[in-house]
Design a protein around this ligand. Structure first.
Ligand code: ADP
Ligand code: MG
Length: 359
C-alpha cells in the first residue's frame, strides 16, 4: 500500500494559516493594513484582555460590497492583485488574500460592514472555518468595516498558551508596531485602547489625522520628543554594480533621527522604526548601519530613528516571508555603503553648525 498520501484540505488550510498568523502582531498588522488599503482616515484598534480575549479593528473605509460577501474570507481571493506580474507595481499592503481566511481557521471571527450607500444599516458576516460565508444578518453600523477576532489560536493549544504566558511582551510588541503605523500614516487617525479583564478601559495612544509625520510622532510619544530630533533627508545615488544590468537610480531616506550629540539620544534603542515606501518592515541591516554611524557621534546612547526608504518598487521584493515583514532589497550592500557615507556627512555638517558646549 502506498504510504504517501495528500494531507486533507482542512489540515492544509490550518497549517498554512498558522504561518500567516503567527502571533498577536501578525493579526493586528494584517487588519490595520486592510483598513489602510480600504482608504480609511480613521482606524480604531481595541484589545480586550490585551488581545487574549479579543482584537477589534474598526475603520471608516470603503466597506465591503454585498457582491463580495461570499468570497471576502476565501483563501487567495483578493481585490488587490490579479496576477503575479502585478506584484512589482504593488501599491497596496495586501496582495495574497490569506489574512481573513487564516483568521477564520484560527479564531472566532466575524465582520461588520457598511458602505456609504447603505445608510446606517450594516451587515454582520459570519464564516465557516474554511472561510466560506455561513450567514449574514442586518445590524446598525456606520460606514466602514469592523473585524472582530476572538479567542485567537483557540484550536492551536500550544500557541494559545504561549500567547497567554507571554502576553506582556506580545502586547508590548503590538503597541510598538501600531506606533509605527500611526506615525507613518499621515491623514489617518489611529486610536489604540485596551479593556483589561478588570477595571477601566485604557487608551494606549491616539493620533489626530495630522498632515505630517512630525505631528504624528508628537501625538504618539509626546511633543517633547521632537526637540531632540533632526530631519533625515538623504538622496542616495545608486550606480549600477553590473553595467547594463541595472540603471542608475536614487533612493531617498526620509524621516527623523536624534541629534548626533551626547544627551540627545535615548538610553535604549526602543524607538526605532523602519519603512520601505511607507510600509513598516524589519530592516536589520539598515538599522545596524544607522546605529553604527550614530555611535561615532554619541557613544553612550542610541538614536530615535524614524526612517522611510523611498525607492522604486522594482528595487525590492516584499514577497519573501508569509508575514511580509521581511523585505529583500536588491543591491543592499551598495545601498548600505552609500547610506553610511551620506549619514556621516549629514552628522558632521550638523556637528559643525551646532556651537560646542561651553566647558
Ligand atoms: P488581501 O489584503 O491580501 O487582499 P485579506 O484576506 O486581508 O487579503 O482580505 C481579503 C479582501 O477582503 C481584500 O482584498 C478586500 O477586498 C477585503 N477587505 C478586507 N478587509 C477590509 C476592510 N477593512 N475594508 C474593506 N475591505 C476589506
Ligand atoms: Mg490583507
Amino acid at each position: 500500500m502506498a504510504s504517501i498520501k495528500a494531507i486533507e484540505s482542512r489540515s492544509v488550510h490550518q497549517i498554512q494559516s498558522g504561518q500567516v498568523i503567527v502571533d498577536l502582531c501578525s493579526v493586528v498588522k494584517e487588519l490595520v493594513e486592510n483598513s489602510l488599503d480600504a482608504g480609511a482616515s480613521s482606524i480604531e484598534v481595541r484589545f480586550r484582555n490585551n488581545g487574549i480575549d479579543a482584537i477589534e479593528v474598526q475603520d471608516n473605509g470603503s466597506g465591503i460590497a454585498p457582491a463580495d460577501y461570499e468570497t471576502v474570507a476565501l483563501k487567495h481571493y483578493t481585490s488587490k492583485l490579479a496576477s503575479y506580474a502585478d506584484l512589482t507595481s504593488l501599491s497596496t499592503f495586501g496582495f495574497r488574500g490569506e489574512a481573513l481566511s487564516s483568521l477564520c481557521a484560527l479564531s472566532d471571527f466575524h465582520i461588520l460592514t457598511a458602505r456609504a450607500t447603505d445608510g446606517a444599516k450594516g451587515t454582520r458576516l459570519d464564516f465557516e472555518i474554511s472561510g466560506k460565508l455561513r450567514g449574514t444578518s442586518v445590524v446598525a453600523c456606520q460606514k466602514g468595516t469592523t473585524v472582530v477576532v476572538e479567542n485567537l489560536f483557540k484550536n492551536l493549544p500550544v500557541r494559545r498558551r504561549e500567547l497567554e504566558r507571554n502576553v506582556k511582551r506580545e502586547y508590548g510588541k503590538v503597541l510598538t508596531l501600531l506606533q509605527a503605523y500611526a506615525c507613518i500614516s499621515t491623514g489617518v487617525k489611529v486610536a489604540v485602547s485596551n479593556q483589561p479583564k478588570k477595571g477601566k478601559k485604557v487608551v494606549a495612544f491616539a493620533t489626530n489625522a495630522n498632515p505630517t509625520t512630525r505631528e504624528n510622532i508628537a501625538n504618539v510619544y509626546g511633543a517633547k520628543t521632537l526637540t531632540a530630533l533632526i530631519p533625515l533627508d538623504l538622496s542616495l545615488e545608486m550606480v549600477p554594480t553590473e553595467p547594463g544590468h541595472d540603471s542608475p537610480h536614487t533612493v531617498h531616506l526620509r524621516g527623523h533621527i536624534s541629534r548626533p550629540v551626547v544627551g540627545e539620544g535615548r538610553q535604549t534603542p526602543d524607538r526605532q522604526m523602519f519603512f520601505v515606501n511607507a510600509r513598516p518592515c524589519a530592516l536589520p541591516q539598515v538599522s545596524k548601519a544607522i546605529n553604527e554611524v550614530y555611535k561615532s557621534y554619541n557613544i553612550t546612547q542610541s538614536p530615535f530613528i524614524f526612517a522611510n526608504l523611498v525607492m522604486d518598487t522594482n528595487a525590492y521584493d516584499v514577497n519573501v516571508s508569509p508575514d511580509k515583514r521581511t523585505i529583500l532589497l536588491h543591491d543592499q550592500a551598495a545601498l548600505l555603503d552609500t547610506l553610511k557615507e551620506s549619514l556621516h556627512a549629514m552628522f558632521a555638517a550638523h556637528e559643525q553648525s551646532v556651537p560646542a558646549a561651553m566647558p
